[in-house]
Design a protein around this ligand. Sequence first.
Ligand code: AMP
Length: 216
Amino acid sequence: MNLILLGPPGAGKGTQAELIIERYNIPHISTGDIFRAAVKEGAPLGLKAKEYLDSGQLVPDEIVNGIVKERLQQADCGNGFLLDGFPRTIPQADALERCLAELNRKITAVINIEVDFEVLMTRLTGRRVCRNCGALYHIQNKVEKVPGVCDHCGGEIYQREDDFPETVEKRLQVYRNQTEPLIKYYQNKDLLFSFNGEEPILVVFQKICEVLEGKF
Ligand code: AMP
């Protein structure tokens, strides 16, 4: 199953990704996670990507395309994969198609999660993360027991720089301008399945499974 998860930042792609990869036993390829890990390690890729991440801009296509191409050739992608946060531009989608053609593979389905922009602003600007284990919190509906301390590992809870309000606005604007056109792109290829990301997590997941299992 070769899947793409599409949707604006904050739509819940990461959450659905975790559920999907567990159920279908395929690797989760999140370009955002790859960049954040490289920044944390101080790797050369991280040094190149940091300014784009912090300002909410997209990392240039050539860099992202190369990373994904390399990743898709690894053995664990043999039975399928879930791309999360890639492609994000039409040139990235074209590059992905070329790369998959070389590997004799095709996209099976594109899962598009839709959420109102006002809701996204609240979700993202209120999001907090544990610096140590990555656990997610929210100032309105998932508050830690001891302020600033992770319930799971005792790590420090902080706000990602790209969740600051100015940066969130920039990220949503970038999504509208550069990523939203992919909805039509995949609709035209008859690959797009859209879901209401404002429904409860497990309801969305159930509907995604119904579509995927109905297809195969
Ligand atoms: P995400 O966690 O998917 O929201 O990604 C965080 C940041 O990583 C984005 O705001 C971009 O700076 C960068 N990034 C992730 N995926 C891509 C991509 N496919 N193309 C360009 N930049 C990306």
